[in-house]
Ligand binder design. Structure first.
Ligand code: IPD
Length: 282
């Protein structure tokens, strides 16, 4: 069966199949490198890490896709860190995070994933996320459902914050004012009697857990478009909501998101949050 678990027929089938193959290939490289010695450098802050494996995997994915689809554009985490423009135009565009959960990868904490999203006319068409260690391949194409290793995914139908399990991520800023807002937001949700708030170190995989109905909501300030693109399609195709923290439509470049299984849950979480400002991706 195809990774997406459904019949072919969209104009982007070839791109989708290429993404699946490359995510699997990259996953093998990453899971082998997980237990080996790594050379680690920092980017925007002491908590924003990169290794030679991030760069190697990104080069592999981008060079293979460029060969197959020479007219397409690319937004990729490490190229952007090196100064490439991060701009979503109407052209077919690949949005790539070679290792989401780099800090986990550095520490051998197993939640690491390859994330490959694809947008056309600024609309997300498909997403492929590969949990490298557990060999779980999450994928979704717009209008065709979301799947994990061939099994269809559905979000939870929870609407009550006092029965919710919520995921979030810390982000890279660690100044006292940001931490106060970050912890204040968690506190608000716990005071609203949410069952729990969890942090796993990978925004992409957090969203995949939401798509699988394992948690009821997810929010974050400070993530990037490459953490979000692929998993957004997966959550939406599993029946979930992905939106801006203000309650408006998602802006992929805004570095903030609320996602949930239901509109009611998304709205309740968004209303509990104080904004944390981050520079846009574009
Ligand atoms: C990061 C992870 C982390 C989140 C950051 C992301 P990276 O991605 O998803 O959990 O808190 O905001 O940028 O750097 O590991 O690809």
């Amino acid at each position: 069966m195809k990774a997406g678990g459904q019949q072919a027929g969209s104009p982007w089938d070839e791109c989708f199949e290429a993404a699946v193959q490359l995510a699997r290939r990259a996953g093998q490289i990453i899971s082998k490198a997980l237990t080996e010695e790594k050379r680690v450098s920092t980017k925007t802050s002491a908590a924003d890490l990169v290794t030679e494996t991030d760069r190697l995997v990104e080069d592999l994915i981008v060079s293979e896709l460029r060969k197959q689809f020479p007219s397409h554009r690319f937004i990729a985490e490490e190229a952007t860190a090196a100064g490439a423009k991060c701009e979503l135009t109407t052209s077919p565009t690949w949005i790539i995070d070679p290792i989401d959960g780099t800090c986990n990868f550095v520490h051998r904490f197993p939640d690491v994933a390859v994330s490959i999203g694809f947008a056309v006319h600024r609309e997300l068409e498909f997403g492929v996320v590969h949990h490298c260690v557990e060999e779980r391949l999450y994928s979704a194409r717009r209008g065709h459902g979301a799947f994990c290793n061939g099994q269809q995914l559905w979000v939870s139908g929870e609407t009550d914050l006092s029965r919710a399990l919520i995921l979030t991520e810390i982000g890279s800023k660690r100044d006292p004012a940001t931490l106060k807002l970050l912890l204040g937001n968690m506190e608000q949700l716990l005071l609203a009697k949410a069952h729990g708030v969890r942090v796993i170190g990978s925004s992409t995989l957090a969203l995949c857990h939401l798509a699988a109905g394992a948690v009821d909501a997810y929010y974050q300030f400070g993530l990037h478009c490459w953490d979000l693109a692929a998993a957004t399609v997966i959550v939406r195709e599993a029946g979930g909501i992905v939106m801006d923290t203000t309650g408006g439509p998602l802006d992929l470049m805004s570095r903030r998101v609320v996602a949930a299984g239901t509109q009611k849950m998304a709205t309740l979480v968004a209303q509990a949050l104080q904004p944390i400002s981050y520079e846009r991706d574009d």
